[in-house]
Design a protein around this ligand. Structure first.
Ligand code: ZN
Length: 152
């Protein structure tokens, strides 16, 4: 099994129903980036560049990919794992903040709700003035598929 198929298999099954819809006003490169990520894989910027270039039949500069990702992130449509530097579409079916579980072996990213963190962060507001608008937490580890019988 390829790491791409593995990555898709690791996603929460509720994700299919919660996948964000593609905004009609996205510029062409951002639209291509969204469409590649909509396939369900966790992908780094260089691999995104390769796949978007193939879809457009023209080399797309890495800086254009980063600009598209920044645009999508501003809209809350994508999230990046700091641990494995890969991007995924944000699961809109989960309460904020989202917990990313990043596999250090295959690079897959699972998404789950981290509601208990939201409660703790909300408790900080009155005493420290910190306001959580949107965010994610992250944990690195080994996914269930990579940690199968005899593998961990
Ligand atoms: Zn894995």
């Amino acid at each position: 099994m390829t790491s791409q198929a593995h990555s898709s298999a690791c996603n929460d099954p509720r994700f299919e129903a919660a996948r964000p819809s593609i905004p009609a006003d996205l510029p062409p490169i951002a639209r291509h980036v969204f469409e590649v990520l909509a396939l369900g894989d966790a992908i780094g910027a260089s691999e995104l560049m390769r796949r978007v270039s193939a879809a457009r039949s023209i080399k797309t500069p890495l800086i254009s990919i980063y600009r598209a990702l920044a645009r999508l992130r501003t809209r809350g449509l994508v999230v990046q794992s700091v641990i494995n530097k890969r991007w995924v579409l944000r699961n809109k079916g989960l309460a904020e903040p989202v917990l990313l579980l990043a596999c250090r072996r295959c690079g897959s990213i699972l998404q789950a709700s981290a509601e208990s963190f939201a409660y703790s962060a909300a408790a900080l507001e009155p005493c420290r003035g910190f306001r959580v608008a949107r965010g994610h937490m992250e944990a690195g580890g080994i996914c269930a598929r990579c940690c199968g019988p005899g593998r961990c």
